[in-house]
Design a protein around this ligand. Structure first.
Ligand code: ZN
Ligand code: ZN
Length: 337
């Protein structure tokens, strides 16, 4: 029997991507009856749902940011655990993006669809690595879907930071990082590189670090930058949300070297424009090669693109003989920006 077309049972409505035979949305806008959430970033994990299914880590991230993950109830799924929801079987598998991030495998009538959320293939000491899931339909992001985006090795970027610190011992190094994921990854990479000094945190980052630590991710000595004296922060590494770098906030730091850990730092003009002295190309999203390799490795005949730079990726998908479709989900932002 020929399986039903994917777009007959995975549809896009006003709330986003909807699985009809399962009766749930994936990463919907607010107010869904039943939502499966891939990870805790604010453009995927929105407030106001009645029921939410996610990993334990994602639910904790939602609770910490939103106060509550769902109004009527939550359900936890461990990686690899298969659950029956309506007529479909749902399994969450590691996406390698941030702590708790999951791809959603949906099986119905012998067809396999994977909604990958945000993902990366490169190593990250703070979360389990991306697990390749063979499927018929692969739904992918396209944040860095241009051949110019090649993220390279994050450990080399952290070496650059440490080298700069050695070169300017009188200055603080303030590194812009997104709060959930990037912040803890940069800390873990610094620790792996042998950096043992306390790392100073902007107040907005403290809770996310505590969340990671509560799930057993060790980050070493962390200090609040808020009460710290200017003199004390000479030669130290300070992490802050990207918006705080250009802000009054950073004036408390001694002659800071401004850095930013983001996949966008591959674009020099962008770094210059934002006044970044030390761009660090560290991304929690797949780069061009990772996107195209992953699509091929899943074996999917059909690929849907949720958000980002769809055009180049769709062209690639079609030129490799697959069926491609842009979902153009709105309201997805890149947390790196
Ligand atoms: Zn994300
Ligand atoms: Zn996202």
């Amino acid at each position: 029997m020929r399986p039903e077309r994917f777009d007959s049972w995975l549809t896009v409505d006003a709330k986003g991507l909807y699985c009809r035979p399962g009766g749930f949305h994936i990463d919907p806008y607010g107010g869904a009856k039943r939502a499966v959430i891939t990870h805790g970033h604010s453009d995927h994990a929105r407030p106001g749902h009645q029921h939410v299914l996610a990993t334990r880590e994602t639910l904790a991230a939602m609770q910490s940011r939103l106060g509550s993950a769902a109004s009527r109830g939550t359900q936890t799924a461990a990686y690899g655990e298969s659950l029956q929801i309506g007529e479909v079987t749902v399994t969450l598998l590691p996406a390698g993006h941030v702590l708790g991030s999951a791809q959603v495998l949906i099986e119905w009538k012998g067809a396999r669809a994977v909604v990958s959320g945000d993902y990366k293939r490169s190593a990250d000491p703070t979360c389990p690595g991306f697990e390749l899931v063979p499927c018929d339909l692969f739904v992918t992001e396209a944040t860095f879907a241009l051949p110019v985006f090649q993220h390279g090795d994050a450990t080399e970027e952290v070496e650059k930071l440490l080298k700069s610190r050695a070169q300017f011992p009188e200055r603080a190094h303030v590194v812009g990082v997104y709060g959930l994921g990037k912040c803890q990854r940069v800390i873990a990479l610094l620790r792996d590189a042998g950096y043992e000094r306390p790392i100073y945190l902007h107040g907005a980052l403290i809770e996310c670090c505590a969340l990671y630590e509560s799930f057993g991710v060790r980050l070493g000595a962390l200090k609040s930058a808020t009460g710290a004296k200017r003199e004390e922060m000479k030669g130290e590494i300070v992490l802050a949300p990207p918006s705080a770098i250009a802000d009054r906030w950073s004036r408390r730091l001694p002659d800071p070297v401004t850095a930013f850990a983001s996949g966008w730092m591959r674009v020099r003009a962008r770094a210059r424009q934002q006044g970044i002295e030390l761009p660090l190309v560290i991304s929690d999203h797949a780069d061009w090669n990772e996107l195209t390799a992953t699509i091929a490795e899943t074996g999917a005949e059909e690929v849907w693109v949720t958000h980002g730079r769809e055009d180049a990726l769709l062209h690639h998908i079609q030129s490799t003989g697959r069926k491609g479709r842009a979902l153009a989900l709105i309201g997805r932002e890149d947390e790196d920006q």
